[in-house]
Ligand binder design. Structure first.
Ligand code: NAD
Length: 250
């Protein structure tokens, strides 16, 4: 019960890593707000995420939508203890063949989404005496992988923004950290497989990227996020916790 009665918002909570976080937080006693652009998926997860879990439709790329989500959390629960900025997606391409509109759309979700979440949650956390933010980055924040230029850029910026916010808001008792997953078995990978000429070969390639020779599970990432969200990490801020089966240790 590491999050007993804590009010936790998880964006991208309707699928993959976010879904696993909502279910784990629910088991740890949290009241979870499952936030996703896919309301139906969010509702399904909320029905499984413990008593008091609620679903909300949000588009993290839209400032007003994120502001409304934060207002609803404060209005309904009176506070926000934990915000997990997790919604994100990837597109294929190097900088030359990445279309400008596709670049801007990805940055709007992956990076601006984190900015808006923090911008509107931090004043509420400050007013209540503190809080915790966990942002989902990626190992691709620090290493390049072919044909994922926009995605790598968005994730690198999340790590930098996390450090800046950790420094700015430590005095407000707000901790801000990142999780950096390696390849994790979620629908985001299914999309990559679907776009690939040889999905089985791509899966094998992903498995062989790390010395554990496998893809991680969403639950393995969720446990890292739980650590950063709960009081057991009370002296951790501005950090990136890598959960990648040893991929980036090589
Ligand atoms: N799966 C991996 O291998 C992996 C590795 C490193 C980092 N990540 C990161 O983990 C996070 C979660 O990814 P996942 O693998 O669980 O993917 P996923 O596709 O299973 O889940 C992403 C969720 O985010 C939601 N979402 C997308 N855009 C949104 C928006 N504008 N507003 C609100 N919700 C939105 C989707 O509806 C979906 O429910 C992402 O930030 C991703 O970049 C994933």
């Amino acid at each position: 019960m590491r999050l007993q009665s804590k009010i936790c918002i998880v964006t991208g909570g309707g699928s993959g890593i976010g879904r696993a976080v909502c279910l784990l937080f629910g088991r740890e006693g949290a009241k979870v707000m499952v936030a996703d652009k896919d309301l139906h998926a969010a509702q399904e997860v909320a029905s499984l995420a413990g008593s008091g879990a609620v679903a909300i439709a949000v588009d993290v790329a839209n400032r007003d939508s994120v502001r409304a989500m934060i207002r609803k959390a404060v209005g309904e629960f009176g506070r926000i203890d934990v915000l997990v900025n997790n919604a994100g997606y990837s597109i294929k391409g190097n900088v030359v063949d990445t279309d400008e509109d596709d670049w801007n759309k990805l940055i709007a979700v992956n990076l601006n989404g984190v900015f808006y979440g923090c911008k509107y949650a931090i004043p509420a956390m400050r007013a209540q005496g503190g809080g915790v933010i966990v942002n989902t980055a990626s190992v691709l924040a620090t290493i390049g992988l072919r044909d994922l230029a926009a995605y790598c850029a968005s994730k690198g910026a999340i790590v930098a923004l996390t450090k800046a916010m950790a420094v700015d808001h430590a005095a407000d008792h707000i901790r801000v950290n990142c999780i950096a997953p390696g390849n994790t078995d979620t629908p985001i990978l299914d999309t990559m497989f679907a776009q690939s000429r040889n999905p089985a070969e791509l899966r094998r390639e992903m498995e062989q990227r790390n010395p554990m020779n496998r893809i991680g599970s969403p639950e393995e990432i969720a446990y890292g996020i739980l650590y950063l969200a709960c009081d057991e990490s009370s002296f951790v801020t501005g950090s990136t916790l890598t959960v990648d089966g040893g991929w980036t240790a090589q």
